[in-house]
Ligand binder design. Sequence first.
Ligand SMILES: Nc1ncnc2c1ncn2[C@@H]1O[C@H](COP(=O)(O)OP(=O)(O)OP(=O)(O)O)[C@@H](O)[C@H]1O
Ligand SMILES: [Mg+2]
Length: 221
Amino acid sequence: MNNIVEINNLKKSYENGNIKALNGVDLSIKKGEFVSIIGPSGSGKSTLLNMLGALDIADEGSINVAKYDLRSGKNLSNFRANEIGFIFQLHNLIPNLSVIENVEIPMFTSKLSNKERRERASYLLDLVGLTEKAYLKPTQLSGGERQRVAISRALANNPSIILADEPTGSLDSKNSKKIMDQLIKLHVEENVTLIMVTHDLNIAKLADRSIEFLDGEIIEN
Ligand SMILES: Nc1ncnc2c1ncn2[C@@H]1O[C@H](COP(=O)(O)OP(=O)(O)OP(=O)(O)O)[C@@H](O)[C@H]1O
Ligand SMILES: [Mg+2]
């Protein structure tokens, strides 16, 4: 089977069932595909991304990602550490660590030595053009630079899937383009599956396919 994501009738509610954040979602995504997710605020986009990253567990239905059954609750820490790179809606870098230390965080659970970890973090910062900022704190960086650090960190463990929640949300058009160029380069050159939530229709159009959420359901696929 060629699908890296297979979701059937997925449901998730909050507040004792009063808020149906996902109301029966079916979705298949092929390995190496770039899929954008659009839809109004509150329609369930981040909820779906959280499910895909095993940050939260669904109430009903099935969700299989990279051969892991995410509703079984088994091996989820392996799954998160090895398969997923998450770029969050707010970039959540750790303020009192340097840029390069932030990139190293996911690698602490790997078998790399301190030296190998530092080398890989340097390589990843070089990829996003931030070698010169490696030893600054995140607060000394611009919004676009911080988002590029978040991309480096998401790539640390060679994930098969990158989940990006509004990665350009807080950026001007010039910085948005830079971020998108980096993500698309990864998708094209490394065959990384890219699943991205965005409010920007021009960015959504760059994807192989765009899906639209409304009230916890996919209305166009
Ligand atoms: N932890 C939670 N507890 C209660 N309700 C929640 C929780 N997380 C999400 N919701 C609700 O679930 C619905 C879907 O939220 P979600 O964050 O998925 O929306 P979204 O499409 O990502 O919106 P946005 O574009 O504003 O980021 C909303 O009504 C939201 O208030
Ligand atoms: Mg959201």
